[in-house]
Design a protein around this ligand. Sequence first.
Ligand code: ADP
Ligand code: MG
Length: 238
Amino acid sequence: MAEIALQNVSKSFGAVEVIKDISLKVEQGEFVVFLGPSGSGKSTLLRMIAGLESIDRGKLLIGGRECQDLAPGQRDVAMVFQNYALYPHMTVRENMAFGLRNVGMNEKDIAERVADAGRILEMDALLDRRPSQLSGGQRQRVAIGRAIVKEPAAFLFDEPLSNLDAALRVRTRVELAQLHQRIAATMIYVTHDQTEAMTLADRIVILNDCRIEQIGTPMEVYTYPASRFVAGFVGSPG
Ligand code: ADP
Ligand code: MG
């Protein structure tokens, strides 16, 4: 069973249809990248999975359960935001614990999950700092930590590296790949950067004008682009 399945989903903003009959499956443990130019519908599609945008038509299944009508908190996914969205007045530990307190988890379990996330992200020593005392890369790791503590069925990333400088972007990309290996989690990752897609993805979903142009492994889309658009976008030869 696929971890996440979209079946013929569509969405309009007002009179404009922006997601047009999209179907796709993401398998358990898979790293899937939504790749496409600005305005191609990547964020909208991800937000529909997260529950931050409604689904007008079609079905969303997460772990086999129909979720298209559930509130974001009832879906077993965790979104990592681009702008970190950390609480400045809270420590790293409190930032990670916050979402778990909200759903009523007991303090002992919360402490264990936060400690685990701290170890996974190699942030043990930073748990009592506030966001203002962290570097950009460390803040991004806290944002990922807030998702890790929820132990979700899938992690959803929307251009998580775009606020980082070039060197840090490469380093964080490598860390993300290692994290995916270590926790074997299902991940959906939105980017317009083909290098990120090529290096991170098990499979790439190429979006253009809010439709899927092609789904395939990085090798497949590079070697056998399904259209001129794909060839241009992933930089295929010839
Ligand atoms: P991407 O993330 O690939 O840049 P988006 O999903 O943000 O693309 O946008 C897809 C299309 O939907 C664009 O044409 C965008 O202008 C439109 N759109 C996105 N959000 C809204 C909104 N809240 N209201 C109206 N149109 C929107
Ligand atoms: Mg976007």
